[in-house]
Design a protein around this ligand. Structure first.
Ligand code: DGL
Length: 273
């Protein structure tokens, strides 16, 4: 039976925090997850590089039969998605779709805030692109968006230091800097796939009453709505509940890290791009 899975892409393991919400809400579909670990992290890379890497991976998903690819990576969504949707898709797959994680999150985040002041934490790439600010202001122009790049958080998580005492310093530092500039923030969006693993420490250094929002459940619900509205795409996706994982780097290393991000056993295959 031909397989036409939903492709889920990230620079590495992080997208698994989003994918686990998608797979749990929509278990009927087939999925192909690819982590480009050999070239991660993407967070500090240029627009051109993130676009080139992401495009190569999207082309691979299309060759593997995916009618739809989700960029479950904020940096790739911020720096590559628009060019792929507006320029590349017409050459590489006019009948295919590529979606990101920024728009669905930006659509709803304004509704979480009473003070109309939202903090957005992300990689340098995501923050410098201003994508969240622009997108949130389209849907909720009354919301003030305060962004903060947290460049040490991805390496801390990647090296398994997210529960260590050493991580406290950088968690507190970035949160203090954000709240000193904008003390009226009542909602903080974790706009990076890795940050949900730091949630206990983030809670520890935030004053009571500030909501912390992870994007996995938001993206999953938005995908469900998209598939309901777009039966021409939904009907092409195969529905056997199969999941296959690929990494561009070492599979043993991927599997041991990935099971933490995915909260379940992961057995990957190697992809040489
Ligand atoms: N997945 C990336 C993101 O959500 C974080 C890791 C990286 O920098 O590649 O921005």
């Amino acid at each position: 039976m031909a397989s036409h899975p939903i492709g889920v892409f990230d620079s590495g393991y992080g997208g698994l925090t989003v994918f686990r919400s998608i797979a749990s809400l929509l278990p009927q579909y087939d999925y192909l997850y690819l982590g480009d670990n050999a070239r991660a992290p993407y967070g500090n890379r240029s627009f051109e590089t993130v676009h080139q890497y992401t495009l190569e991976c999207v082309e691979w998903f299309f060759k593997m039969g995916c009618p739809l690819v989700i960029l479950a990576c904020n940096t790739a969504s911020a720096k590559a998605l628009r060019t792929i949707q507006q320029q590349d898709l017409q050459h590489i797959g006019p009948d295919k779709r590529v979606l990101g994680v920024i728009r669905p999150t930006a659509e709803v985040i304004g509704t979480y805030s009473q003070t109309k002041s939202v903090g957005v934490l992300g990689t340098k790439g995501t923050v410098n692109s201003d994508s969240y600010k622009l997108e949130i202001n389209k849907f909720s122009p009354e919301i003030r968006v305060h962004q903060k790049a947290c460049p040490m958080w991805v390496p801390m998580v990647e090296y398994g230091e997210y529960e260590s005492d050493g991580a406290d310093y950088f968690v507190k530092k970035y949160l203090d800097e954000l709240l000193t500039n904008a003390p009226d923030i009542d909602t903080i969006l974790l706009a990076c796939t890795h940050y949900p693993l730091l949630i206990d420490k983030i809670k520890k250094y935030l004053p009571d009453g500030i909501k912390i929002v992870s994007q996995g459940p938001i993206v999953a619900e938005s995908l469900e709505g998209y598939l309901e509205r777009h039966s021409e795409i939904e009907s092409k996706i195969s529905k056997n509940g199969n999941i296959h994982f690929y990494t561009t780097d070492d599979t043993m290393d991927f599997d041991s890290h990935a099971s933490v991000f995915f909260a379940g056993k992961v057995t990957s295959q190697h992809l040489h791009l």
